[in-house]
Design a protein around this ligand. Structure first.
Ligand SMILES: [Zn+2]
Ligand SMILES: [Zn+2]
Length: 297
């Protein structure tokens, strides 16, 4: 079994990279991918011999027709099966992000991080100045967070009683969102696809069954449009997909010659870490690798 969608403390997961590796080995997973949101930080401190295959991965938050779409990028030009690196033509493994080979992607990620920080600062200022809620960006930075996120801010609103429940948090977002519109344009899906292509990644639409497209997940016309834009595959197996969702997206993948991927999307915040909770056969990775070789040769 494999799990190609796992988050760590480098984005919004609760497990460190090492904890993810340890748990995956306990479960005897053959391969995993660490797919943190908009960061490759998890690859910085990867042990030299993790003891199982780690497929390079990332999950980008992009916008498509005003809706949030998560794109998974795999392999990004890295020679999982010792395919020569596209950039330096060497066959040695590149695991760190400071080799310069992923420069376009890392530059993009730096911009996205700056934009997200600006948005969060703006939201904190708004809450303080307009709504009398005393939260500051600096305080969020201090509170032990690896990175101040909207989710962390939401938790603070809840824990301090400034919002009763997630519905009220949603209402606060609704008010702020209008103010932010236009000021900080979110990353467009085209930009995400472009940068992943430049990094020679296999591009997969994450959890298409739970995208907020029309309340029903991504429909066939959306799948076709995304394919035309340059997407290579669909995440067919995912913890939020019902069995019929997986059947549906598997059939669409077949019909439109798209690659099939799958993973738990584990964040490990609950009692049981969800790593490996979605059954994904080893053969899925073999096919992804074949598709990667066909596309990037
Ligand atoms: Zn996602
Ligand atoms: Zn995810």
């Amino acid at each position: 079994m494999i799990d190609l969608h796992i988050h760590t403390t480098c984005s919004d997961g609760a497990f460190t990279v090492q904890q993810v590796i340890d748990r995956s080995k306990e479960l005897a997973l053959k391969a995993i991918s660490i797919t943190d949101h908009d960061t490759l930080d998890g690859y910085r401190d990867l042990p030299a011999d993790p003891g199982l295959e780690i497929v390079p991965g990332i999950e980008l938050s992009t916008f498509y027709g005003g809706k949030l779409v998560h794109l998974l990028g795999y392999f990004f030009g890295v020679h999982v099966s010792r395919v020569p690196c596209a950039v330096c033509q060497s066959d040695k493994e590149h695991r760190t992000q400071d080799t310069g080979h992923w420069k376009g992607l890392t530059d993009y990620l730096i911009k996205v991080r700056k934009r997200n920080q600006d948005v969060l600062k703006h939201i904190c200022d708004h809450l303080r100045e307009e709504e009398g809620i005393p939260v500051t960006y600096e305080e969020l930075l201090k509170k032990g967070a690896v990175r101040p996120t909207l989710a962390l801010l939401a938790l603070r609103l809840l824990s301090r009683g400034y919002a009763k429940d997630w519905r009220e948090v949603g209402a606060v977002w609704g008010r702020i969102h209008r103010e932010l519109e236009g000021k900080y344009p979110p990353p467009a899906i085209e930009a995400g696809i472009k940068v992943l292509k430049e990094a020679r990644a296999l591009i997969v639409v994450a959890h298409p069954g739970s995208l907020p497209m029309n309340g029903k997940g991504l429909a066939e016309d959306g799948v076709v449009e995304l394919k035309e834009m340059g997407v290579h595959g669909l995440e067919v197996y995912h913890k939020r997909h019902k069995p019929e969702d997986s059947v549906f997206y598997k059939s669409l993948a077949k019909k439109h010659q798209l690659a099939v991927s799958g993973g738990s999307d584990a964040h490990c915040r609950g009692k049981e870490p969800e790593i490996g909770c979605v059954s994904v056969e080893d053969g899925v990775l073999d096919l992804l690798r074949q598709r990667f070789a066909q596309i990037y040769g």
